[in-house]
Design a binder for this molecule. Sequence first.
Ligand code: GRF
Length: 222
Amino acid sequence: MNPKRAAVVILISGRGSNLQAIIDEVRAGKLPIELSAVISNHPGAQGLKRAREAGIPTHVVDDREFKTRAEFEHALMQRIDACRPQLVALAGFMRVLSNEFVDHYAGRLINIHPSLLPRFRGLNTHERALQSGATRHGASVHFVTREVDAGPVIIQAAVPVRPDDTPETLAMRVLKEEHRIYPLAIRWFVEDRLNVRDGRVLLDGKQRPEQGLVSLPEAGEA
Ligand code: GRF
């Protein structure tokens, strides 16, 4: 334990490749956080294994064991709050969260979404991007607000859509970018460089171009 580092809790449901990218950055000394816990709503989530291998405490709050969403979320909140996190990061956490939950963590709950928000909120983003004929697709890290996938965007990364792409090839290209931008967004957050004004994220007090969206900085800029 390093008490000077910001405590971060990560919520997952499955594979945990974004979790792994975060773990790798912490290990490389590039992300000054304490991963206090990884919590999954599925006992079989592959990400739990990744966390255990990295020596991070893991917990399962199995949503199937609760009669109502409220009961599940209360158990989850208790588990999270026991860690006193500065930040809660959703990394492939496949549950829609209630207003009560979102409000409880307002300003310290972030998510990664595999599209260039506000396009393609919700599920099956890669299929929908291909069907739409988009030539650009990507990923966004955003603050979580009551409306699903609609909170202020912290950072986005875009990739080209190729004519021969399948949802799988496109997903792989996007995922690579997810692994770059999520650790960076977390770093900005714990370094206290982010502010939200009028529903837009400011980095170091400045709004980025492109409708206030923050795009990936050039190498060396961050
Ligand atoms: C990622 O594509 C993320 O954007 C979405 O769910 C997927 C999780 O992948 N929210 P992983 O579990 O991090 O590998």
